[in-house]
Ligand binder design. Sequence first.
Ligand SMILES: Cc1cc2nc3c(=O)[nH]c(=O)nc-3n(C[C@H](O)[C@H](O)[C@H](O)COP(=O)(O)OP(=O)(O)OC[C@H]3O[C@@H](n4cnc5c(N)ncnc54)[C@H](O)[C@@H]3O)c2cc1C
Length: 393
Amino acid sequence: MQAKLLLSYNIRMKKYDVIVIGGGLAGIIASLELKKRGVNCALIEAKDRIGKKILASGNGKCNILNSNLSSDKYNSNFVDYVIDKYNYNYLHNYYSNMGIVLKEDQEGRVYPYSESATTILSVLLSQLEKYNVDIILNSKVLSISKKDCFVIKMENESILGDKIIMASGSNASFGFNSHSILGDFGHKVTKLKQTLVPLKTNAFIGANGVRAKTNLSLYIEGKNVFSENGELLFKDGSISGILAFKASSFIAREMVKNNCDKVNAEAVIDFMPEYSKEEVKEILDKSPLDNPLIGVLHKAIALNVEKKGDIVDSIKEYRCKIDGLTNLDSAQVTSGGLSTSQFDNKTFESKLQKGLYAIGEVLDVDGECGGYNLSFALMSALACVDGIYANKG
Ligand SMILES: Cc1cc2nc3c(=O)[nH]c(=O)nc-3n(C[C@H](O)[C@H](O)[C@H](O)COP(=O)(O)OP(=O)(O)OC[C@H]3O[C@@H](n4cnc5c(N)ncnc54)[C@H](O)[C@@H]3O)c2cc1C
């Protein structure tokens, strides 16, 4: 009976060696690399075009890599193997060999030379066209089942595949949450929490739009978990900027770890990190101004600092309660995802279902702000294809 059923599937449905679900960077690279090696594959995308998050990344500039790539930039040592195998030079060469010219800033962040994400996507699209990858757009995958092969059910049709690569990303910003599709195979999804987002706080009144070079330290349950110099952007009800995004990872990861939506977090901001407390006191004492603060800090920040009491302490250690993370639609990434303990960290194959793979952000892997998430999308796609190809050969 099952053989008969499959025969009728084969008559009506197209069959591929590998079906890749999700046209983000991970899915694009996986389908491209498979096709280059002669594997018959299709790329399925729910939206009307692929690569939308690539275009949105890095404020439209696409921070694609970082020369400081290392395991400690991620939430889990699941990444150790791929970082060792596809190190920064390997990834840089990968893009260069495709014809993408890259440049690096002082913090090691790497962008296309054009400083436009469209350069990355244009080159990837030209490669997909060159290698004739089948792309199925406007087709959201609803379920996957396994008979003799995988049956992929979309809204209007179904197709068959010997292998599946799940590259459906996350619902951060404008993405989808499709993790549960693998639930039928026993795959667990950890708590999903928005990360690389502004930190919620009402500690700064009237400072909307003000930027300041500071040191930000984050304390969770009284323990110092993060401390770094950089720029903060103050907004009504939140603090933003790369520094705040970096700190948000620690809060999100704590929430994922404890499966909760609240943590006891406090930020301590040093508004004059180059100076010691004694030097700050000296600067203020020497000032000819009635209110020396306005000669040192932005007026809106000065007004908030003044309210705190001891001026020197408030400049050097401005304490504010963090009330949580701003919404998912302002997040770059989600912390949490498909539990990595159920996947092989060399090939990204499921330990529960042979022939099923997951790559990129759909997994419970999140990287710091600075190009690490797109790096993981690339590394995991390359490892997965190498794994499939090794099994094939
Ligand atoms: C505003 C913004 C800025 C960012 N900036 C940076 C940056 O500068 N550097 C960096 O490293 N990272 C950045 N990130 C994060 C980075 O873009 C993502 O981590 C990365 O793109 C994830 O790639 P992915 O291929 O795993 O998933 P995605 O890019 O999310 O792709 C998944 C694809 O799967 C599709 N899909 C989902 N479910 C289904 C389904 N059921 N059926 C069919 N298709 C489906 C989605 O529509 C999507 O196209 C940014 C993210 C955002 C939102």
